[in-house]
Design a protein around this ligand. Sequence first.
Ligand code: GLV
Length: 310
Amino acid sequence: MRILLHRADGKTEPWIKDFARYLPEAEVVVWEKGVPAPPCDYAVVFVPPEEMLPDLQNVKGIFLTGSGADGILRFGDAIPLHIPVVRLTDAGMGAQMAEYVVHAVLRYYRRFHEYEELARAGEWAPLLPPVREDFAVGVMGTGVLGSRVLEALKPFGFPLRAWSRTARAIDGVQCFHGADGLDTFLRGTRVAVCMLPLTEETNNILNLTNMAKMPQGSFIVNVGRGGHVSEPDLLNLMRTGHIEAATLDVFRHEPLPAQHPFWKEPRITITPHISALTLRRESVQQIAGKMRQMAQGEPVADVIDRSIGY
Ligand code: GLV
């Protein structure tokens, strides 16, 4: 078995070592720009460069080292439709997402974002938290990671809501779906946590019209993709106070450019796409298992449905 590996950061050695450990029968070839790759059975990539496309035409499967598939699906059918594209299933991301989102929600609920400003101004000012029943947390996207985040939020007693493309039922969570459900979902959601895949349907979903439906003084937490949020609309709604604060982990252009107005907005918390980092060992172990299944003709979990884009 031969695997073609691409890492944007060029740090391939630890990946090769982990593949040697979890899939010793495989030979790993590192993809290099301008060097045609030998025939490979599988490819391991996340956001492959366009120059890699010729080397992806004849593999039997493409395994992503991340959860979101938009980085490869942007090539459309230049990635032949018969080649299964497989994303990671959790692989340690669920726990990280839960930590990140719970932290952001509690920070806003207990008003730490305000205490940070008050402390900088040397002010001692106790603030009452909002009424818990009015502090509904709504998770957009109910896949493996969204469901894990909802579970992690349960002990805190906030009203929990979820919105997804198709109908879902989750114990203890008020579920909404589809374009019709989005309106009602947003009207009752005080903290919108975006965990959606980026598709044509979800691009710009947090735009002026939609965010304006949320109650006055709402919060945005975006751990999906930068494309989900209209950046000028968010800034406008923050200037009017309609959106009180936002925690953003993902951006349309990453790294976020130095001149971007988000850096200057004190109520926007910026993190550098770290809400759920790919844990290499867990990921290689999972990918190795799925490659073995695929090689034996067995079904593999989390193959992207190219017709819906995730
Ligand atoms: C990270 O953004 C991922 O999709 O895994």
